[in-house]
Design a protein around this ligand. Structure first.
Ligand code: IVH
Length: 726
């Protein structure tokens, strides 16, 4: 028997008939095979064998391991993957949230930033220069590395800023990331920075992947993200990832008192830091660094998309604090967007989840800033006609036509857009584009609402089909499962479209609640998901499991997922925090359908929620079919109560405060942010609901009103004593 013949006979031999020696060989083969298939399935999204065949291999491996437990290999599929594969990455809640940065787009934006910082801090020129650092904004993905007693204990991606993915095993394979820190470092240290891929490494990786018949990555950022988020750390290890340290999260003891000092300390601990970082003391100096980095951009060897400025003094950083999701002490100065010329092949009208008809430019593919672009937004009907948002003629009122040569722009993560049209290159036979007045998906009328206040018609044309419009329904579902909403693994836009096409008795999905009855319906259906093309027993089960993991969900995600007009992520968070539980929110919203109710007034009073949002909510909850679907959904899904941050010990937690008069040691903004950090609400006017007024010199009517109402009034000094800031 030849070697290959004997190998073949091994494969076919029942597990019980294998000798110990044969089992060793067979376990080795199975480890290799399963690894290949895991990689094909998870990494390349291109399985080589059917799920049934895969299951058979896995079962054989397990049976062999059961017979010879001492022969279980370290790289066995049962060790390596198992639960990990089914569940994806574990989640890690950041002990200090990972924030994002506000953007500046011009030199003036930077000057304004510096002005804001100075005003907030009441930073007197006599106090000397305000030091600010400048450094490249690396175009990768941020990573938090937690060290306890000098040992790397976990690594987490940014995720939604509050919770990220546990990618510890993968981070350990990156050479730039130390596994241990030198003696003497603080007990708890969380170093943050950017994982990225250098240009040369990116090119080589893509060449390798292409040679193996695999997919290629569109740009180094995607390659870095795709490589870090591998379920199999071995794959991450084979990818050339790098890391720059530039920030920190929780730290038990600050080793320096400036931004620069911190980053330099990281370097002494073994981290790579960016050598272009510089400490400056004026706008001019900062802009010089910005323009120099911009000039050198192409020769750095890695992608950057701007320059980040940070107030150097950490005490000032602490005082400046945060505004919603970004620090007041830092800003990202973005490089101008990249532009390119290409031909407009077609204008497609897409229907969004709220029925908005959006024109999308189908372009002759063109590379802009390293990414191939073939779609771009054309904004709206007026934009195509050449009319601006205020009714003004755009660039001489040029209309954009199919066949035109257009300028497109791509900036960062935003959707590429059509900026301009080159009239000199317009084909002679071109005709103006006729924007449809009927929905291309359902044929209903599509109208532009007239705003009763301004008398102007809305820029957006909307399909009036509502529930009968399939395009709206599909888009609502896509939104429901999207990353910041239900985020169901394996149920993306493509799958939603597929399930939407199926008959309801064959595993169809029309509304969100249908998603959660899929498993049950599948079990009693004659057309099982696992027997559909492209699906198998494993992938079907995985999807049902993934759906089950989302039966309990954060309240803010749940609210956001509903896709109510004007309720984006930020407003959903505000609402979740204000009401605390689904029950409270739901009752209030049903009551708020009446605009004269107290519930409606309370809703309007939430800081950050304006009349437009309140109106949209009351409309949504006023529609019977929405309530019916919600009640179906709530039989399947339970939104979790909001866990309130612990500000116990704070003397003003939960209280409503009013600052009035001039404050001497604090700017009004800083006072407000201090109070909010202590769990208080700050209001602009005194009412019965006010708990305390902090009055400085020159306080007038508000002070008087407080006295009339018998509200406690304290001075600025008292405020400092109360909050322990003195
Ligand atoms: S500082 C509190 N510095 O930009 C702010 N961020 O838009 C902490 N980034 O998520 C971030 N280079 O992934 C900082 N030198 C740099 C950066 C940088 C890239 C990324 C980071 C962050 C995003 C914010």
């Amino acid at each position: 028997m030849s070697a290959s013949e004997s190998a073949q006979s091994l494969i076919e031999k029942p597990v019980d008939d294998l000798s110990r020696e044969e089992a060793v060989l067979e376990l080795e083969r199975l480890a290799g095979e399963l690894k290949t298939h895991d990689e094909a399935y998870h990494t390349n999204d291109a399985p080589i064998i059917s799920d049934a065949e895969y299951d058979a291999l896995k079962r054989r491996n397990e049976a062999l391991e059961q017979r010879f437990p001492d022969l279980v290999r370290e790289d066995s599929a049962s060790n390596r993957v198992g639960g990990e594969l089914a569940e994806g990455f574990g989640k890690i809640t950041h002990s200090v949230p990972m924030l994002s940065l506000d953007n500046a787009f011009s030199d003036d934006d930077l000057r304004e930033f510096l002005g804001r910082v100075r005003r907030f801090l009441r930073y007197d020129p006599l106090m000397g220069d305000l030091a600010v650092t400048a450094e490249p904004k690396i175009d990768g993905l941020s990573l938090a590395l937690r060290y306890e007693n000098g040992k790397l204990v976990h690594a987490a991606t940014r995720g939604d800023g509050t919770t990220g993915e546990n990618v510890t095993a993968n981070a350990r394979t990156i050479a730039d990331i130390p596994q241990t820190l030198p003696a003497g470092v603080p007990e708890i240290v969380e170093v943050r920075g950017e994982v990225y891929m250098a240009h040369a490494d990116f090119e080589a990786l893509n060449a390798r992947m292409q040679a193996n018949g695999g997919k290629v990555f569109a740009n180094p950022r995607n390659a870095a993200a795709g490589s870090l988020r591998q379920l199999n750390a071995e794959i991450t290890k084979s990818r050339p990832l790098k890391f720059f340290a530039y920030a920190w999260g929780e730290i038990s003891d600050l080793p320096a008192n400036t931004q620069m000092g911190m980053v330099e300390t990281f370097q002494t601990w073994g981290f790579k830091i960016n050598s272009l970082m510089k400490r400056c003391v004026s706008a001019e100096e900062l802009l010089e660094v910005y323009h120099r980095i911009e000039e050198d951009r192409a020769s750095l060897g890695y992608d950057i998309d701007g320059v980040v400025y940070k107030v150097d003094d950490l005490e000032l950083q602490r005082r400046l604090g945060f505004i919603s999701r970004s620090p007041r002490w830092a800003i990202a100065h973005k490089f101008p967007a990249e532009k390119a010329f290409t031909i407009l092949r077609e204008i497609e009208i897409q229907v969004g989840r709220t029925g908005a008809l959006t024109p999308v430019a189908k372009l002759e593919p063109v590379t802009v800033g390293g990414v191939v672009v073939s779609n771009a937004t054309l904004h709206n009907e007026d934009y195509i006609k050449g009319i601006g948002p205020k009714g003004e003629a755009l660039r001489g009122g040029k209309d954009i036509r199919v066949g035109d040569t257009v300028v497109i722009q791509r900036a960062g993560d935003v959707i590429p857009q059509v900026l301009d049209v080159d009239l000199n290159r317009r084909p002679e036979d071109s005709t103006p584009f006729m924007f449809p007045d009927h929905c291309p998906a359902c044929g209903s009328n599509a109208d532009r609402e007239v705003n009763p206040k301004t008398g102007r018609s809305d820029a957006v044309r909307r399909c009036s089909g509502g529930l009968i419009c399939p395009a709206q329904a599909v888009e609502k579902l896509k939104h429901f499962v999207s990353r910041n909403a239900f985020d169901i693994e394996g149920l993306g836009a493509k799958q939603v479209e597929m399930f939407f096409e199926f008959d309801m008795d064959k595993g169809g999905v029309r509304t969100p609640s249908d998603i959660f009855t899929l498993r049950e319906r599948d079990s009693s259906s004659l057309t099982k998901l696992r027997s559909r093309e492209g699906w198998g027993a494993v992938s079907a089960r995985k999807l049902f499991d993934a759906i089950d993991t989302r039966r309990f969900i954060d309240l803010n995600r749940f609210i956001y997922a509903l896709g109510i007009r004007h309720v984006g992520e930020g407003n959903a968070k505000l609402l979740a925090r204000a009401y605390g539980s689904w029950e409270a929110f739901y009752e209030a919203m049903k009551a708020a359908g009446d605009p004269t109710s107290e519930a409606y007034r309370d809703l309007n009073d939430i800081d950050g929620i304006g009349a437009t949002v309140a109106e949209a909510l009351s409309q949504f909850f006023g529609e019977e079919h929405n309530i019916a679907e919600l009640d179906r959904l709530l039989e399947q899904v339970t939104p979790k109560d909001v866990v309130v941050e612990d500000t116990s010990g704070s003397p003003v937690a939960g209280k409503t405060l009013v600052f009035t008069g001039s404050l001497e040691r604090l700017s009004r903004d800083e006072a407000k942010s201090q109070a909010e950090a202590l769990g208080a609400k700050v209001s602009g006017s005194v009412s019965k609901k006010t708990d305390m007024v902090i009055a400085g010199p020159g306080a007038g009517s508000k002070l008087k009103k407080a006295q009339e109402l018998g509200i406690e009034v304290i001075s600025e000094d008292d405020w400092f004593k109360l909050t322990g800031a003195d």
